[in-house]
Design a protein around this ligand. Structure first.
Ligand SMILES: [Fe+2]
Length: 185
């Protein structure tokens, strides 16, 4: 059964550098968690859906991580943001989500506007339980560009200390707001 837990020694270490949060679950463990929750159709189906806006349930992630089940009606999205230095993972439990991300290391502080180099944009569509993990400097936005409601599972470690929200005009990224815990709950 899926409740069997592998011994810690059998879990492959993440290839990504762990500093400065060497303790706690790594990207691989977070990704494994969100994929397992995404496969739990009864649990995913328990999320109330609202055609007018996103809905969410907070859940306990592994090792003290912060986790969410999120419902996305067509046309909704997060806007560009980072995760305040936390690493994380998310998976599409039902429907399809588009992730647009930057393949560039963005300095976390000390700027208000930043001109992105050409060719840094990446886009992927996640569906059918597919997920992805990301490191502490990841900047992205997640959108439902499909015609169907989507549900996804997200986990972050450490629990999000803040989120930086950006606007984007062409290649210019602008820091708009630093969101504190509670503002997104
Ligand atoms: Fe995010």
């Amino acid at each position: 059964m899926s409740s069997t837990t592998a011994p810690a020694s059998a879990v492959p270490a993440s290839a990504a550098p762990r500093a400065p949060h060497s303790e706690g679950p790594g990207e691989a463990e977070l990704l494994d968690f969100v994929r397992r929750v995404a496969a739990d159709t009864a649990y995913v189906g328990s999320l109330p859906l609202d055609p007018e806006g996103r809905t969410w349930l907070r859940l306990e992630g592994p090792g003290g991580s912060e986790a969410w089940l999120i419902g996305w009606p067509p046309g909704t999205g997060t806007g560009w943001h980072d995760h305040g230095g936390s690493r994380g993972a998310f998976a599409a439990a039902s429907g399809a989500l588009t992730e647009q991300s930057l393949a560039a290391r963005i300095p976390t502080e000390g700027w208000r506007t930043l001109e992105l180099a050409d060719g840094v944009d990446r886009e992927r569509v996640l569906s059918d339980g597919r997920g992805r993990a990301f490191g502490p400097h990841h900047v992205h936005q997640v959108l439902n560009q499909s015609e169907e409601h989507a549900v996804s599972v997200h986990a972050y470690y450490p629990p999000l200390p803040l989120m930086r929200r950006y606007s984007r005009t062409g290649q210019v990224l602008r820091l708009e707001h630093v969101e504190q815990p509670g503002e997104w709950e």
